[in-house]
Design a protein around this ligand. Structure first.
Ligand SMILES: Nc1ncnc2[nH]cnc12
Ligand SMILES: [Zn+2]
Length: 333
């Protein structure tokens, strides 16, 4: 009998990136939205990306089907069901508020819909969750500030802020002010940096925004002083291996720097980013790096432990999850 997937936390997951073609077509029919694809297969055939921007174009276009609280609840519920099957015990979930408010969907609709599914997740799927509101970095700093103010009545639902979308030309320092407000409000802070952008963006995320984690950060490996800083401070990096191949950050999975990052003493985790688009959920990413990089069971256990070490959990819950990882694959006591 094969072992169930190792228990893990997923820390880099865009809920809009879990929209599978089947659900996209179902929501399109429910909401009377016309999709520019004749079938699910035709839509899937469009999932071939030259870079981050070519993915983002499709990712934002498909969001047109998400309109009501029920839509967001159904989207999150479908993700949680898949995550459970992949051994995910805790999920910290991004959402792109501005991508919805720009289409006339209110922020409260998004947050209430998502939290309905998230609130049910512990009893329904045995998964604890956090919500992370991302600012779109290719929108203005003023738009991020307005988004944060619009979210104020909902901040009890939000654990952290993040920064995503088109990286190059949109450095973290552009968002200094809104991150200061978020921290003042008691939120944790993360930011995508060093995916397509240079190591300088990772430095800015650390020193200007004061982030608690870096999302991606693969390009940090180009800067030895930055690697030393990340190692000394044990700043978690949320890697997304299958995403990096699909968005051509690297050519082949075998070229992924994950192993050198571990060897450099970095606190790296493995995540799925936008699994509906990139060919795999959390455990699929674990299996892919295991096979491509020849990782042994102990290294996979370190990655699973790292995911809980890097999560926004209280110490007691973190310890419980770490015990689950250690017990995985051991004979019952
Ligand atoms: N991989 C990614 N990088 C930046 N923004 C994103 N939004 C959704 N997926 C993203
Ligand atoms: Zn991402």
């Amino acid at each position: 009998m094969s072992l169930p997937p190792i228990p893990k936390a997923e820390l880099h997951l865009h809920i809009e990136g879990t929209l599978e073609p089947e659900l996209a077509f179902a929501l399109a029919a429910r909401n009377g939205v016309e999709l520019p694809y004749a079938s699910q297969d035709e839509l899937r055939a469009a999932y071939s990306f030259a870079d981050l921007q070519s993915f983002l174009d499709l990712y934002y276009a498909l969001m047109a089907v998400l309109r009501t609280e029920d839509d967001f609840a159904d989207l999150a519920d479908a993700y949680l069901a898949r995550a459970q099957a992949q051994g995910v015990r805790h999920a910290e979930i991004f959402f792109d508020s501005q991508a919805h408010t720009a289409r006339g969907v209110e922020i409260g609709t998004v947050i209430e819909g998502l939290t309905r599914a998230l609130d049910a997740a512990p009893s329904k799927y045995g998964i604890s969750t956090r919500l992370i509101m991302c600012f779109l970095r290719d929108e203005s700093a003023e738009s991020a500030l307005a988004t944060f103010e619009a979210a104020r009545p909902h901040l009890h639902r939000i654990a952290a802020v993040g920064l995503d979308s088109a990286e190059v030309g949109n450095p973290p320092s552009k968002f200094r002010e809104v991150y200061a407000l978020a921290r003042e409000a008691g939120l944790k802070c993360v930011a995508h940096a060093g995916e397509e952008g240079p190591p300088a963006y990772v430095w800015e995320a650390l020193d200007v925004l004061g982030v608690d984690r870096i999302d991606h950060g693969v390009r940090a490996m180009e800067d030895d002083a930055l690697v030393a800083r990340l190692a000394v401070d044990q700043v978690p990096l949320t890697l997304c291996p299958l995403s990096n191949v699909r968005l051509r950050v690297i050519d082949r999975l075998a070229d992924h720097p994950l192993r050198s990052m571990l060897d450099a003493g970095l606190l790296v985790t493995v995540n799925s980013d936008d699994p509906a688009y990139f060919g795999g959920y959390a455990d699929d990413n674990f299996a892919a790096v295991r096979d491509a990089l020849g990782l042994d069971a102990e290294t996979l256990r370190i990655l699973a432990r790292n995911s809980f070490r890097a999560a926004f959990l209280d110490d007691e819950t973190r310890e419980l999850y770490l015990k689950e990882v250690d017990a995985h694959g051991q004979p019952a006591a």
